[in-house]
Design a protein around this ligand. Structure first.
Ligand SMILES: Nc1ccn([C@@H]2O[C@H](COP(=O)(O)O)[C@@H](O)[C@H]2O)c(=O)n1
Ligand SMILES: C[C@@]1(CO)OP(=O)(O)OP(=O)(O)OC[C@H]1O
Length: 160
């Protein structure tokens, strides 16, 4: 049997006024957005870390330091594609992705299908190999107070 690997990823970014809210490569209408060096797409960052973790290639900050001017305002779809190129060069391909975005507001459901399509395109996967779940934080803590949005992801790789 071909070997398989699992990886998990996590990210959180602060929600602030004056920034666009970008999740899964979708710009979501909202009165606040995520703060970061890049476009701060917490979902794509969590998936990128899950990919790199499964292939034992470190983490997103190792590939794309937040001190590098080239990464300023980067489109996280490009970061995800670049990380996946390294994962593929190491002899792996993705089987599937599952993820959770914890956002008290806004409701993500209307945007989930477009996010799945963006992630599937970046990873050369069928859309039904990518799942995204939205959760509130039941108004608890900093997520519940809409001070941040968090994302968690797992990916499964198989040897090519
Ligand atoms: N930002 C969010 C949060 C939740 N959803 C959807 O609502 C359902 C219920 O959420 P709970 O946190 O109350 O369990 C959840 O299963 C999602 O379908 C959402 O779309 N966006
Ligand atoms: C993506 C990078 C690089 O621009 O910066 P941020 O957008 O701040 O995101 P984070 O998830 O904190 O870490 C990875 C970074 O190195």
């Amino acid at each position: 049997m071909k070997s398989i690997r699992i990886g998990q990823g996590y990210d959180v970014h602060q929600l602030v006024a004056g920034r666009p809210l970008i999740l899964g490569g979708v710009c979501i209408p909202f009165d606040k957005g995520l703060l970061g060096h890049s476009d701060a797409d917490a979902l794509l960052h969590a998936i990128t870390d899950a990919l790199l973790g499964a292939a034992a290639l470190g983490d997103i900050g190792k590939l794309y330091p937040d001190t590098a001017a080239v990464n300023k305002d980067a489109d996280s779809r490009e970061l995800l594609r670049g990380a996946y190129a390294q994962v593929q060069a190491a002899g792996w391909k993705v089987i599937n992705v599952d993820s959770t975005v914890i956002a008290q507001q806004p409701k993500l459901r209307p945007y989930i299908d477009q996010m799945r399509q963006n992630i599937a395109a970046a990873l050369n996967l069928p859309v039904d190999a990518v799942n995204i779940k939205g959760k509130t934080n039941e108004k608890l803590g900093y997520l519940g107070r809409q001070e941040a949005i968090e994302a968690q992801a797992v990916v499964l790789l198989t040897a090519v």
